[in-house]
Structure formats: structure tokens, C-alpha cells
Design a protein around this ligand. Structure first.
Ligand SMILES: Nc1nc2c(ncn2[C@@H]2O[C@H](COP(=O)(O)OP(=O)(O)OP(=O)(O)O)[C@@H](O)[C@H]2O)c(=O)[nH]1
Ligand SMILES: [Mg+2]
Length: 248
């Protein structure tokens, strides 16, 4: 059986972390979970250490501690690399704040068994959607996906979403060591690279819920940075292709 690792980056997720791990494993008992914590001041990392020491979730839970808040993109890259070294076959990116419902893992894994290299948990295909978001946030997300799709010339509906499932082949081909974006654009670049490399990308519908507890980190600066980065990416297709391990 293929070994699945769900990578969850955390920064101040004390109110969510134990519950999301429990829910993930209750619904998907065969998966493993890696928490990548950036020295959360609220003690999220310490709580995960305790859960591991007490074997609260048996041997299915792992943690990586980083010195400080180094960003979501690098957290995923380090987490994925760790999981690849440990011999996992399938890698899922998931937020800790219950926006990414664990019930969808099954659907993503089915798409991977059917031959996809990357399965996107998508808010913007039939059956998908967003609940509890204000009009402004909806506009930013959907508009952002549309903007990126147009500039990058791809058919992917949800380029900005963070709930995605990758095969080892996908992560090896796109070459994690050469990813340029951190922040909001990281998810877009990961998907764009799969498309450029000619890998099989599909989308499965998810209903995305706004974070249950904790503070949002979205800001105007992050948004503008992302818009500019998409232009940069669109102009560097050739360079990005040359950085990947594409098999001829
Ligand atoms: N390790 C690490 N995790 C982070 C960092 N920034 C955010 N996260 C985590 O990444 C996930 C997604 O971040 P969110 O803050 O939920 O981002 P978002 O969904 O775009 O925005 P909100 O839900 O509105 O806050 C959560 O699990 C965060 O705790 C970071 O710098 N380092
Ligand atoms: Mg969130």
C-alpha cells in the first residue's frame, strides 16, 4: 500500500492543532501527519511534542521545528523533502485551521490511483465552493485564480488553493530546490510547474470553510506581492522549465 503523508504547517494554531490531527486520523486511519511548526509563540509546537511523546496518535504523528516564522512555502518544501526522505509516496498539503476538511483526502487519493500526478482540492469546479467568507475575500480568491489562470495560460480553476495531493513523481519532477515563490504565490507556482512539466493535473471539488479559530494572516501587501509574482512567473516559463527535472 502507498504511504501517505499529510503536511500541515503551523503558526499559532493552538486552538486547532489537536482537533485537526484527530479528525484527519479518525477519517483516514492509514495516513501519517507531519506538522511543520515555526516556533509558534502560542505553544503549538510544544503541544505536538507532547502528543508524540504520549503516543496520543500512536506512531502516525511527526513534527519538524523551525527557528521562527519562515513562511508557508518553505515550510511545505522542507516538509515534503523530509517525507520523501522517509520513503512516503503521496504528499498532501493541508491547513491546520479546518478550512481543508479531512473528508476530501479520500477523493484526492482516488484521483491519484486513477493516474493523476497532482490532484487539486478545488473550490472552483462543479460541486466545490466556499462558506463563511465575506464578499471581499471571495473576490480576492476567485479573482486571483482567474487572473493567474489567464496570465499563465492554464485551465486550472483553483490555482491559489492550498489543499493539494502530489505524487513522488510530481515533487521530484518540479524540483523543490528551485521553487522561487514563498507566500501566497507558492501554491500557484507548484501547480504551474506541474502543468509546464506535462504532468497529469486534475481537480476534485471541495467546500472550503473559513478558519474556525485564530487570526487571519491575509494582508494587502501579500495580495499585491502575489499579483506581481504571477507576472514574473508568466514571463519566466522557459527559465522555470529549465530548472525542473523533466524526463524527455
Ligand atoms: N510553519 C508555518 N506555518 C504557517 C506560516 N504562515 C501560515 N502558516 C500556517 O499555514 C496554514 C495556512 O495559513 P492561514 O493563516 O490559514 O492562511 P489563509 O488560509 O490564507 O488565511 P486565514 O485562514 O484567513 O488566516 C495554517 O495552518 C497556518 O498556521 C508560516 O510562516 N510558517
Ligand atoms: Mg486558513
Amino acid at each position: 500500500m502507498k504511504k501517505v503523508c499529510v503536511v500541515i504547517p503551523t503558526y499559532n494554531e493552538m486552538g486547532n492543532i489537536k482537533e485537526i490531527i484527530a479528525k484527519d486520523l479518525e477519517i483516514n486511519p492509514d495516513i501519517n501527519i507531519l506538522i511543520v511548526d515555526d516556533n509558534s509563540p502560542d505553544g503549538t509546537g510544544k503541544l505536538v511534542d507532547e502528543l508524540i511523546a504520549n503516543k496520543t496518535f500512536g506512531d502516525r504523528l511527526f513534527v519538524m521545528h523551525r527557528k521562527g516564522k519562515l513562511g508557508l512555502g518553505t515550510a511545505y518544501i522542507q516538509g515534503f523533502k523530509w517525507a520523501m526522505e522517509k520513503g512516503f509516496d503521496i504528499f498532501i498539503s493541508q491547513d491546520a485551521d479546518f478550512s481543508h476538511n479531512p473528508i476530501y483526502i479520500k477523493d484526492m487519493l482516488t484521483e491519484i490511483s486513477n493516474g493523476a500526478d497532482l490532484c487539486i482540492g478545488s473550490r472552483y469546479v462543479k460541486g466545490g465552493g466556499v462558506v463563511n467568507w465575506g464578499l471581499g475575500r471571495k473576490f480576492i480568491s476567485k479573482g486571483g485564480s482567474f487572473y493567474a489562470r489567464t496570465l499563465l495560460l492554464t485551465k486550472i480553476r483553483d490555482l491559489t488553493g492550498g489543499y493539494n495531493c502530489y505524487t513522488k513523481k510530481s515533487l521530484e519532477t518540479i524540483n523543490l530546490d528551485t521553487i522561487i515563490s514563498n507566500g501566497y504565490c507558492f501554491q500557484i507556482e507548484m501547480k504551474f510547474r506541474n502543468v509546464l512539466a506535462g504532468l497529469k493535473v486534475c481537480e476534485t471539488p471541495i467546500i472550503f470553510e473559513d478558519r474556525r479559530v485564530g487570526k487571519s494572516k491575509m494582508s494587502k501587501k501579500i495580495f499585491i506581492e502575489a499579483m506581481l509574482n504571477v507576472i514574473k512567473m508568466a514571463l519566466s516559463r522557459g527559465k522555470i522549465k529549465s530548472l525542473m527535472n523533466i524526463k524527455k
